[in-house]
Ligand binder design. Sequence first.
Ligand SMILES: NC(=O)c1ccc[n+]([C@@H]2O[C@H](COP(=O)([O-])OP(=O)(O)OC[C@H]3O[C@@H](n4cnc5c(N)ncnc54)[C@H](OP(=O)(O)O)[C@@H]3O)[C@@H](O)[C@H]2O)c1
Length: 266
Amino acid sequence: MGILDQFNLTGQCAIITGAGTGLGREMALSLADSGCDIVGVGRRSGPIEEVGEIIKAKGRRYLGVTGCDVTVSANVNDMVAQAAAKMGRITVLINNAGLGGSGRGKTLPELTDEDWLSGIDSNLNAAFYCTRAIVPHMLEQGGGRIISVTSGWGFRAGRNNWMYPVAKGGVIQLTKAIAMTYARDNIRASCIAPGLFPKTEDAAVLTEMGPKQVAGRIGFPREMGPLAVFLASPASDYLSGATVLMDGGAIAAGLLPAGVVPHAEG
Ligand SMILES: NC(=O)c1ccc[n+]([C@@H]2O[C@H](COP(=O)([O-])OP(=O)(O)OC[C@H]3O[C@@H](n4cnc5c(N)ncnc54)[C@H](OP(=O)(O)O)[C@@H]3O)[C@@H](O)[C@H]2O)c1
């Protein structure tokens, strides 16, 4: 087998949550370019259908599962059952969907139960629900790859920034728990910790932040794709429990994405 053959995902199928936009979309397109069939998951149908058209045009099989809120475990269980029934063997799960949640910037006493749960649900519980739903299938199929998207905030704290860092830190720990527990079942778990990547609609604003970054620029969403392919592929067969930083050196510098010292900003 040549070195590039190890990155070939032909015959594999990946469930990607939040596949319709941003980093999830780029990872879905890159996996499809490497031969992988895709199950794209999200709540809105527009983005999930749009990315599906591109993936099908690449000659891959595609299932879009819309109206699926990954913070609701029953939705997740239905989605995984549907994916397995329609696509057959699922070999990769990418826990990508995640949001800031409500209550950002509130002081601790101001935070409501709803604020707390909205951040923890979308950034941590969703990854747990998807992992719990897919593991029995992967065990039955002889293994799989579970990739979860954390954040630089999984490593650091910010003043009055509660749910997101706590949940993203939990995703790193969830990854280690999966890696440890299923190490002998050929289930590999890894985490990606992005730095600052622009959303399509606010690219112009974030581009202004480029010079403040350690690398002198923000990340481009398309740069996430090759890493996802590597982590999904046989090329990373002995990699498990690890979190890979994709942040242009931001965490190495110990600074916030905006380039200011941690105590000065939430
Ligand atoms: N962009 C960055 O700078 C950055 C940095 C660090 C970490 N991250 C992490 O990277 C991941 C992707 O972020 P992004 O920037 O690409 O965000 P994005 O463009 O807002 O994408 C999030 C996607 O997740 C889906 N989603 C959100 N909540 C969901 C739910 N409850 N159920 C089902 N789908 C849901 C959304 O689709 P629907 O709304 O249609 O459901 C959307 O397609 C997130 O985990 C984020 O925390 C991003």
